[in-house]
Design a binder for this molecule. Structure first.
Ligand code: PRX
Length: 640
């Protein structure tokens, strides 16, 4: 029985049971079958959730880029590794073969070395979706540098926070980026960020929009001339299994962003395994994930997972609405995409447009459709299934997180019967548990609870960079001996899981995780604001929109509310980025608080949702009268 390409539900259960009965043996077989190792592991797994400490394939030595590139050269040198599809459909797509990728990565790695970057150094990558982005990740991995990609939609302040947290020595960026019919001044954002970053000594700049930019003498260098003269061979650094591969920041419900640290061997094995099984990947397929490499989805399922399988992976620079809402389908037709992986927010936005945008293109190449990042509602699921997959391409609703490194719950196409809004069953090796609020496991089916994972899986984040205690507190303290995901879930009568959403103060807006605390901190910087609280409200396209309750200081009280709303969103844009802007801002004289001073978000959420009949007991509040006042204010036409 092969662990790959599970063919039916019975085989899934067999593989799953095997993976639980003897996880070490299971992952050892996967690791042996598909990768090149410089040295074999001494031990498959060593772990202790109470510390927490997890080590996979200890003693093994490898380099992930040899597995993603060099290993394929004897048989696939001319095969396309990456198809770059530019923002502007009139610009030709670029096909980068495995041998070209090898050369590009080696040259880039030599440039990094020439700038003093070595094993263990952190390199911050702030690039648009151009080939240099994938190459930069791999070049870092080639020499053992730890990449930390920051999504190029984050503001200068957000970028600086991340650079400072990991003390990056270098930033790799571009002169700018294209986004639909706009251009964005990336280098200007980097320059602004670096005024507060002491650790950065070098900035490498890729040319994309070909505009005049300022280059700081001694610090900034254009990438192209350096690549031109660099040697085209670079031996791969030998890495230990648990050596860091990358840091990727994700929002927490409180405090600064968390730098999730992923290590080498387990991450490689798990992302490659899940890519192949969940997308039913076969040689010759053309796979496209529309995510940005700035998020974990892009790391694991644009770069590492596909390349570790010798696949052809598409990098799309553009947006779904440019030049029109048919763009995704035009790209599917053009490159004969076989697997298409996107987010519910994109599906909802496209479903609102004329169906002609879909029907004008030939989508018959599609075999598997995927979704990720947030719960998919039933309507969007059916629209995707009917109009894109024509009811023939199974939808894999994949649940996972930045922290998990790879997919955790998903149907296996052609094996697991799908069910709208359900991520269905745990993937092999993933041991889930639902817990009640008292910390007891809820057993049986037709139950709900807090979603936890009871046993280590190879691609789990090992720590929060520089703050192991926070890692322990956030993920391993709510329940004994289990990783807590922060999500709620229910298990139906056949054991299928449905993710019901976050149970902490993280709100997912258009598939992006946003912590309420950092946004509130930004709002509170406004000189007229005394205090604020953010909640999520359902939104047709974005899944959730942000609703802010803001208390003004006396100095702000006479001011025009519309102007204040604009200023508050401006501050949020500067501190975090435009993705965190509030849709609705309600000015209020106070916030409901418990006697210990905690804001009662449950009540604020209900008011924002207009669920006024069912506010629960408010008599124990410190200030019950405020609830009436907030409701009255909510009903006035001045609250948009
Ligand atoms: O709440 C879950 C939601 O996204 C969160 C993780 O976000 P992030 O770390 O940004 O990673 C997103 C891409 C892997 C989860 O805690 N989420 C992710 N996938 C799904 C989902 N919610 C429901 N269904 C999904 N398929």
């Amino acid at each position: 029985m092969s662990n790959y390409h599970i063919k039916n539900l019975e085989e899934y259960y067999q593989v799953y049971r095997k993976s639980v009965r003897n996880p070490e043996l299971f992952w050892e077989e996967v690791a042996e079958e598909h990768f090149v190792w410089k040295k074999r592991w001494d031990r498959v797994l060593d772990y202790d959730f109470s510390k927490p400490e997890v080590k996979w394939f200890e003693g093994a030595q490898l380099n992930i880029t040899e597995n993603c590139i060099d290993r394929h050269l004897p048989s696939k040198a001319d095969k396309t590794a990456i198809i770059f599809e530019p923002n502007n459909p009139d610009e030709p797509a670029l096909h980068i073969s495995y041998s070209e990728l090898h050369e590009r990565v080696c040259k880039f790695a030599n440039v990094l070395k020439s700038k003093g970057i070595g094993k263990g150094d952190r390199v911050c990558i702030y690039l648009p979706m151009i080939p240099e982005l994938a190459v930069a990740l791999l070049a870092c991995a080639r020499i053992g540098a730890v990449h930390s990609v920051v999504f190029a939609g984050f503001s200068a302040t957000a970028l600086a926070t991340r650079i400072n947290d990991c003390e990056a020595k270098m930033v790799i960026t571009a002169d700018g980026s294209f986004r639909g019919n706009k251009t964005i001044d990336l280098k200007g954002i980097v320059d602004e960020a670096l005024t507060t970053c002491g650790s950065v000594t070098t900035v490498l700049v890729a040319k994309r929009i070909d505009t005049e930019i300022l280059m700081e003498e001694g610090r900034d260098a254009w990438l192209a001339p350096l690549l031109e003269t660099a040697e085209s061979d670079c031996p791969a650094e030998i890495m230990e299994a648990e050596d860091p591969l990358f840091i990727l920041y994700t929002s927490g419900s409180t405090g600064s962003p968390k730098g999730m640290l992923h290590t080498t061997a387990g991450y490689m094995v798990y992302t490659a395994y899940t890519f192949k099984n969940v997308f039913n990947y076969k040689d010759g397929d053309i796979y496209w994930c529309t995510a940005d490499i700035g998020w974990i989805t892009g790391h694991s399922y644009i770069v590492y997972g596909p390349l570790a399988n010798g696949a052809t992976t598409v990098m799309f620079e553009g947006v779904p609405s440019y030049p029109d809402y048919g763009r995704f389908w035009e790209v599917v037709q053009k490159h004969k995409i076989t697997q298409f992986y996107t987010a519910p927010t994109a599906i909802r936005a496209l479903a609102k447009e004329n169906l002609e945008f879909v029907n004008s293109y030939d989508l018959s190449s599609l075999k598997v459709l995927g979704t990720v990042g947030e719960p998919i509602n039933e309507e969007a699921w059916h629209w995707y299934n009917d109009n894109v997959g024509k009811k023939k391409a199974p939808i894999v609703d994949t649940w996972w997180q930045t922290e998990t490194g790879g997919m955790m719950i998903s149907p296996i196409p052609f094996a697991t019967p799908t069910k709208p809004t359900y991520a269905t069953l745990p993937l092999p090796g993933v041991q889930l548990a639902l817990m009640d609020e008292q910390g007891n496991e809820v057993v049986g089916n037709q139950v709900d609870g807090r979603l936890c994972v009871k046993f280590p899986w190879p691609s789990m984040a090992r720590t929060i960079w520089g703050n192991h205690q926070r890692y322990k507190d956030t993920y391993f303290s709510a329940f004994d001996n289990a990783y807590f995901t922060g999500d709620g879930a229910l298990r139906d009568e056949v054991g299928y899981y449905r993710i019901t959403g976050r149970v902490d103060d993280v709100i997912i807006v258009s598939g992006h995780n946003l912590g309420t605390a950092p946004i509130e901190d930004a709002i509170n910087e406004h000189p007229a604001v005394a205090e604020s609280a953010i909640v999520g409200v359902p939104h047709d396209i974005k899944g959730n929109a942000l609703y802010g309750y803001v208390i003004l200081k006396e100095t702000g009280e006479g001011r025009n509310h519309d102007n204040l709303r604009k200023e508050i969103n401006q501050i949020i844009t500067e501190h975090i980025g435009p993705i965190a802007k509030l849709d609705i801002i309600q000015f209020t004289p106070g916030l409901p608080k418990t006697r210990s001073g905690k804001i009662m978000r449950r009540i604020l959420r209900k008011i924002a949702h207009n669920e006024l009949d069912n506010l629960g007991d408010i008599s124990t509040l410190l200030n019950p009268d405020i609830v009436e006042a907030i409701i009255r204010e909510r009903m006035t036409p001045s609250v948009p």
